[in-house]
Design a protein around this ligand. Structure first.
Ligand SMILES: C[S@@+](CC[C@H](N)C(=O)[O-])C[C@H]1O[C@@H](n2cnc3c(N)ncnc32)[C@H](O)[C@@H]1O
Length: 255
């Protein structure tokens, strides 16, 4: 197996337990109004790439969008579908599909295509970024919105490596997560090992969270080189302008 494909395989493996993902992430809701607001500006038909367990998808469906989510984790899709099955099918329209953001193909164009919650950082090479953006371009209607957010890398946090376990999450009576981490300056890839320690119920295990880092000017260039025009760049979900101190890069682009 090629080394690059090994990174993608490990990423699928990292996302193989949606229940754990929801324990860690479902309470994070501060970005939901942002995605609703910008999808509303574009129109009814939304495609979310890397839709996960429906953290963003379910609120968008409930807000009345015709929603399609694509993810390559079968377990996450199962959980999202179970959540969607509780909604009235006469009232809401949604599909959760298995696919890869580099190679999906649907017979539909969308008003907006969104990649929330740093998921685009699971693209590891320029070639794959180009493949993904090429598919987005094919599936986005002219004038539609392509919205992506990634971290704004803070070098002082990325470097040095953390060789000793750091305590990063604690969920009483469930599990704790400890992290060891290194950053490869050549590939711009952060390799974090998440050590899950359970309180008795399950065997502990370690999973690899692998994320590509995008520097701000480089990130903009990918949109421009792949046929998109950036119309806004925000530094958070409240829509503050992006600057050196911003925690994230939120790009709103069109074609
Ligand atoms: C940080 S989660 C974000 C999930 C969801 N968008 C949210 O906001 O909670 C990253 C998601 O990306 C998915 N993913 C990673 N690489 C992918 C790929 N190449 N194609 C499709 N999905 C991918 C994972 O399975 C996971 O569901």
């Amino acid at each position: 197996m090629k080394k690059k494909e090994d990174l993608y395989k490990k990423t699928i493996d990292f996302h193989d337990d949606g229940e754990i993902y929801d324990v860690v992430n479902s309470s994070f809701v501060e970005d939901v109004p942002f995605w609703k607001k910008w999808c509303e500006k574009a129109g009814k038909n939304v495609l979310e790439l890397c839709s996960g367990t429906g953290r963003i998808g379910i609120p968008l469906i409930k807000a009345g969008f015709n929603y399609t989510g694509i993810d390559n984790s079968k377990d996450f899709l199962d959980i999202a579908r179970k959540k969607a099955a509780k909604l009235d099918p006469n009232k809401y329209s949604c599909h959760f599909l298995h696919g890869d953001m580099r190679s999906f193909s649907l017979k539909q164009k969308f008003d907006s295509i969104i990649i929330p919650f740093n998921a685009f950082q699971h693209m590891f090479t320029s070639d794959d970024i180009t493949r993904c953006m090429g598919q987005v371009k094919k599936h986005l209607r002219k004038g539609g919105l392509f919205i992506v957010n990634v971290f704004n890398p803070k070098l002082e946090k990325l470097i040095p490596d953390y060789e000793k376990e750091r305590d990063i999450y604690k969920f009483p009576k469930k599990f704790s997560i400890f992290e060891t981490r290194r950053y490869d300056k050549a590939s711009q890839i952060m390799f974090a090992d998440w050590h899950y320690k359970f309180y008795g119920q399950r065997k502990d295990f370690t999973k690899n969270l692998i994320m590509r880092v995008f520097y701000p000017q480089e990130f903009n260039s990918y949109f421009e080189a792949n046929g998109f025009r950036i119309i806004h760049k925000f530094g958070d979900y409240k829509g503050r302008p992006f600057d050196s101190s911003s925690s994230c890069q939120v790009v709103i682009a069109t074609r």
